[in-house]
Design a protein around this ligand. Structure first.
Ligand code: HEC
Ligand code: HEC
Ligand code: HEC
Ligand code: HEC
Length: 444
């Protein structure tokens, strides 16, 4: 289950952009500029309409236009999204579909919703094909109304957006876009039933996931951009996951196990004298009850406490109710939903403010120290919280090192956190807390 964080660790250290050499033959496609858009209701035309060499299908990055022009080539060869439909044919997906009784996974709307696009026949352009997986239009919006115009000389982002292009430049909108699939919506979701059938648990963190996705965009020159992306991503993710909690608390199945700390049910047992859980005690819940998974909040709260004490205490009040009621086996579902809705609204407006914030060397160092100062609380929140802390410290350290110089000892300390996540059921909170404290102690 720690595959993503393991991957993040591997890929992120190789920040250097290597020249991209593709070894495939390009699918023949017309350049978008040659096509005229006639449709009014936006249609999805498929990635073939972006793949011409003169458009987004170049083999090497170019400097003629402000964009790289090899976006298609990067996506089709390196980006996992291009394989999102094919994984529905693998044995794990087939078994999942059998367990769930939904026919073939590669044709099931329940799966296509995130592994391709679940759209109406009227929205399908002639060349739209589910087998393209998560492609350009999944993130940039249906292109029929802007495909032609966006290639014209002088076309601006504002004009493109007015024609229905999705605004991926705005970090809030970008985060919301990713999270429609990586957190879920009312129409598409991953719940414990699907997880028990074999689906991976959805774990997300905007900056880490953007860093792992092979970039087909130019890097932002601000060294602290990653910290802002992390913080905005946290606020949006908190908001989206609380909306999901609210839907579930109002829904037919409750408790929904996927909202709880997975490892409170799934960890391995030890002799009582070796149990760190019994040693820590169960301060805030009846011993033996599974806890609410507050991984979406425990790390962000360190930033918030330092940044805006008032907003922090408003949010904490609502989240206390969420935690208390969710952690009961027969909690008050109305109270959960209403506190979750209020907290979602607060974090939504925090996202707006954070989006305008600028981080620097000092505030980034303070963030690293604030997160580590909360080590005992964060680590007691379980392996999911530990994972969020690790991704946050990784993002912040990358930014900090760009300005303050390499921090080999701290880098090793963050890598040591990643290794503690490799086997989630063997996770040990006190050990993780000690390793977190080493991160801030070694920072120069
Ligand atoms: C709410 C969106 C959503 C839905 C619905 C969904 N998935 Fe996924 N699925 C994802 C995401 C996101 C990932 C990648 C998770 C990660 O790595 O963080 C994923 C990963 C997977 C993987 C692992 C892929 C790999 O590379 O190892 C399989 C297999 C899979 N999904 C199958 C299915 C099947 C079968 C269905 C339908 C029963 C389904 N999914 C429905 C979002 C979804
Ligand atoms: C998983 C989501 C996703 C998919 C799939 C995707 N993109 Fe993107 N794309 C993004 C994000 C996010 C950005 C903005 C990154 C930034 O500005 O830092 C972006 C940026 C771009 C840019 C640069 C825009 C600019 O003004 O700088 C181009 C061009 C682009 N994408 C084209 C494509 C094409 C063509 C495809 C399909 C072959 C594609 N994208 C597939 C998410 C995606
Ligand atoms: C339409 C749904 C959808 C959207 C939107 C989407 N993703 Fe994904 N994403 C998926 C699915 C499905 C997978 C799993 C693909 C696979 O394993 O083959 C995935 C996989 C990934 C992975 C690989 C994870 C791993 O374990 O290797 C990364 C990184 C990722 N997405 C980042 C993003 C980012 C960043 C955005 C927003 C800019 C985004 N995604 C938007 C559906 C989506
Ligand atoms: C309230 C307890 C509880 C919580 C919380 C919980 N689960 Fe489960 N889970 C179960 C039970 C019970 C089963 C069925 C086990 C069986 O049949 O042997 C199960 C089954 C599973 C399985 C299939 C087991 C197998 O051997 O293949 C997986 C995987 C899984 N859960 C993952 C998760 C993840 C990931 C989370 C958190 C997002 C989670 N669970 C949260 C109780 C829980």
């Amino acid at each position: 289950m720690a595959s993503m964080t393991t991957l993040a660790r591997k890929t992120r250290s190789a920040v250097a952009q290597t020249l991209f050499v593709a070894t495939f033959a390009l699918a023949g496609a017309l350049c978008a500029a040659a096509q005229q858009s006639v449709a009014h209701e936006a249609k999805y035309l498929g990635p073939g309409s972006c793949s011409a060499v003169a458009c987004h299908g170049g083999l090497a990055p170019m400097n003629v236009t402000p964009i790289l022009q090899n976006e298609y080539s990067i996506w089709v060869v390196k980006d996992k999204h291009a394989k999102a439909w094919s994984v529905l044919q693998n044995p794990v997906s087939q078994r999942m579909a059998n367990i769930l009784g939904i026919g073939k996974a590669q044709a099931a709307p329940k799966c296509l919703a995130c592994h391709a696009l679940a759209i109406t026949p009227a929205q399908k352009g002639r060349d739209f094909d589910n087998t393209d997986g998560v492609s350009c239009e999944s993130c940039h919006g249906p292109s029929s109304n802007w495909l032609g115009p966006h290639t014209l000389k002088g076309a601006t982002t504002v004009q493109n957006i007015a024609l229905g292009m999705f605004d991926t430049k705005d970090v809030i909108k970008r985060a919301e876009g990713c999270m429609t699939c990586h957190i879920g919506t009312a129409d598409k979701f991953v719940d414990h039933e699907m997880i028990a059938a074999g689906h991976p648990d959805l774990v997300f963190e905007l900056d880490a996931y953007l860093a792992v996705e092979p970039p087909h965009w130019k890097a932002n020159p601000d060294p602290f951009n990653g910290v802002r992306v992390w913080s905005v991503g946290q606020a949006v993710q908190l908001s989206e996951s609380l909306k999901r909690l609210s839907r579930r608390a109002n829904g037919p199945i409750w408790p929904e196990y996927a909202e709880l700390d997975c490892m409170s049910c799934h960890h391995s047992l030890t002799k009582p004298e070796d149990s760190w859980r019994q040693n820590l005690g169960y301060h805030d819940r009846r011993p033996g009850n599974p806890a609410y998974n507050d991984a979406h909040y425990v790390v962000f709260r360190a930033l918030l406490k330092d940044w805006d004490a008032g907003a922090s205490s408003d949010l904490e009040k609502q989240l206390d109710v969420v935690y208390r009621e969710t952690t009961k086996l027969n909690g008050d579902r109305k109270a959960i939903a209403s506190a979750a809705d209020s907290a979602a609204a607060i974090s939504g407006s925090l996202a707006q403010r954070l989006n305008k914030m600028e981080f620097n060397r000092e505030s980034t160092a303070r963030l690293i120290r604030a997160i580590c100062a909360d080590a005992d609380h964060i680590s007691a929140g379980g392996v999911r919280s530990a994972e969020q802390a690790t991704m946050a410290l990784d993002s912040a350290l990358i930014a900090y090192s760009k300005s303050a110089g390499n921090q080999p000892e701290t880098r090793n300390a963050v890598n040591a956190l990643f290794s503690q996540l490799d086997n989630p059921s063997a996770y040990n909170a006190p050990k993780f807390a000690a390793a977190m404290k080493h991160v801030s102690a070694s920072l120069r």
